[in-house]
Design a protein around this ligand. Sequence first.
Ligand code: C2O
Length: 536
Amino acid sequence: CAVRNYKFDVVLKNKTRLCSSKPIVTVNGKFPGPTLYAREGDTVLVKVVNHVKYNVSIHWHGVRQLRTGWADGPAYITQCPIPTGQSYVYNFTITGQRGTLLWHAHILWLRSTVHGAIVILPKRGVPYPFPKPHKEVVVILAEWWKSDTEAVINEALKSGLAPNVSDAHTINGHPGPVSSCPSQGGFTLPVENGKTYLLRLINAALNEELFFKIAGHKLTVVEVDATYVKPFKTNTVIIAPGQTTNVLVSADKNSGKYLVTASPFMDAPIAVDNLTATATLHYSGTLDNTPTTLTSLTPKNATPVANNFINSLRALNSKQYPALVPQSIDHKLFFTVGLGINPCPTCKAGNGSRVVASINNVTFVMPTTALLQAHFFNISGVFTTDFPANPPNVFNYSGTPPTNLQTTNGTKVFRLAYNSTVQLVLQDTAIVAPENHPVHLHGFNFFAVGRGLGNYNPKTDPQNFNLVDPVERNTIGVPTGGWVAIRFRADNPGVWFLHCHLEVHTTWGLKMAFLVDNGKGPNQSLLPPPSDLPKC
Ligand code: C2O
């Protein structure tokens, strides 16, 4: 196994999109940022140097970080951020994972422009469990704001109202040929007739789940969140922020240009976004002035299309890559996720109240000392361990709004014994409005054993759980007005963030953390922190 060294200089860089320019925070001047390549088993060292006025931290989204929580990256959870002018070396080993993941800033709203791909190849000599593609291409879906994203969220926090969700979606950094600035042609994917391509799709957007399509071409899904799945064909991929999906596309036409689209999936009644990013699949030998073959857009509220895709996902569960689903459960947790309303005397626009978000009616308050440091060095007063295993009130979560809209504030964690097994049901509350929440768990992969609309029924729903080949992933969409059940084994000591990957919901407090104790055996403890860990 190799050691891979990377240097990430966090710098401002002027970029022109939608026919106007602005400076954005980037890594090495790139938007999207550089791709990090490694093989399974490699050790990765990334020296991040902060040259901008903001505090910075970087998260390696989906990398398990076994015993190396110090390299996970969420600011004030596993580390204090890297101050201006300073640096920190993220040091981690890729264990038992191969596929596509992403890295992104994990502080404020910097991940809007500070993100990139992680490509983990199998160990040398180990083939993919699908035909070897002719070429592999990273395709990053994201967003673009005309104004500064930090200003956008700060304004929203002051007013108590929702922020502008973005001014464009992007494919590999560009809104594309069908946008308000068509002169910037957008991303082109060159292909040759008869060849097969592996697209490594990443949704790096802050606030939108996206449908991805290519006119005239079917996509074969082979992997999600760096875990192999049973291959299946689809016209449309649905991908939530933080999720990754590898698809094979066969260039089975003789020639031509075909439109590639990324458009929002929003089935919540408060959904407003209609923006579509476009790119071009271009067969070699096709003249530039050939008209592009278009595709019909998936309507933004196409819930059946999304459900169909999600229900088709199954772990590969082969001899080589078995699905190790926990069959007996130590902790049965039920978390309600959703929005709420809290009083805010200074919020004029919000009429004396502000939108908040919560899990089990707890709005998480960010500490000023990182939780992992407080845990490791026994610093008291930073967090409490009384995060509730169930919501305080039982009610009709997906139906008529109840009266308990309000939440309490706290920096609460839920404590798990080393190697205990957890079943977590995540229920959308629909309190303010039903909405899809892509929930991400740091430090683990989990199995998505069940999913349904309406209220979760603890008596009948578990009878239908898939405990054989459920898809394994790190980020899962809790359906609008519905629930998902996930299972994982707490085999990674440390403090691990769980949050909605819609950044506006995280900002509002839809987050918590698990504290996993050390085990008693060898190699079952959190390693000590590196000496350059940023100070709080
Ligand atoms: Cu990709 Cu805590 O985030």
